[in-house]
Design a protein around this ligand. Sequence first.
Ligand code: HEM
Length: 266
Amino acid sequence: MTTPASTDLLAHPGLIPPPVAPGATEGLAWLRGNVARFASGEPHRRRRAQAADLLHGMDTEQLRERAAELARGIVAAGPVDIMECIARDVPVRVLAEAMGLASVEIAAVRAVAAGYLSGEATAQSDAGVERLVAACGGVHDEPTAARIGLLVQACEATAALIGNTLAARSSVAAQLHDDPPVKATVRVAVAEVGTMHLRPGDQVRIELSGDTAFGAGPHACPGRDQAIAIAAGVCDALRDARLQTEPVEYAPLPNLRIPTRLEATP
Ligand code: HEM
């Protein structure tokens, strides 16, 4: 049997992201139930268009410059763990500002991001969603979920891209090609998928690599250009900083390669 390419699996109509039970009115379960990421069919198209509209309004050159400015300011203040203070916080701050949400609490985004893919809610992630809804105007609707969703989607993946690029002393483009941060994604079969011997309900892990670094098919990352601009801005700003952590250690996550620490001095 020839294994279908990841791009074919990601475009297969019989394979969908693991669905979320509908009906939650608040917390992490509400967010997951109202974003594009876990939706299919018409709700997915509608929510994805909302996310794409927000992203299309952003000037990537401005994102890059603002990311560089923020990163330079943080590293100039003294020795710093890039993963703790820059890699997550700067992308989230830059995107929040670009959406007119400058007062968003980054700690809330980080708490939500920690359980976003698994759906394992904690008191912190549920409270984080509610603080973010309040920062967006206090209404639990799809446009609010789209804005929060962008911040949360950006948080860990962009941090991983930044951390890996700096640790490898590479460029963002080369890093994406050689060792992209998101290693795999998951789909559930809603029909028989004969080429993979899958029956309805079966889960499949789909490996990602250089040409699928941002996924493929209907759920392909709509934030690709913005992520590259922000990561490049941060990495350029830190090019002359001295990195001190060797060897680099990575978080024990199955689908994301992300350094745990990366210390830098100006
Ligand atoms: C500005 C930063 C980012 C934003 C705003 C963003 C946004 C999003 C959104 C909204 C989705 C869900 C799309 C949908 O379901 O229709 C998504 C999916 C995805 N993103 Fe991003 N993202 C960002 C950074 C990244 C980075 C740095 C990577 C890795 C290089 C990445 C890889 C992916 C992948 C692989 C998917 C598809 C997941 C799947 O099909 O299961 N993203 N992104």
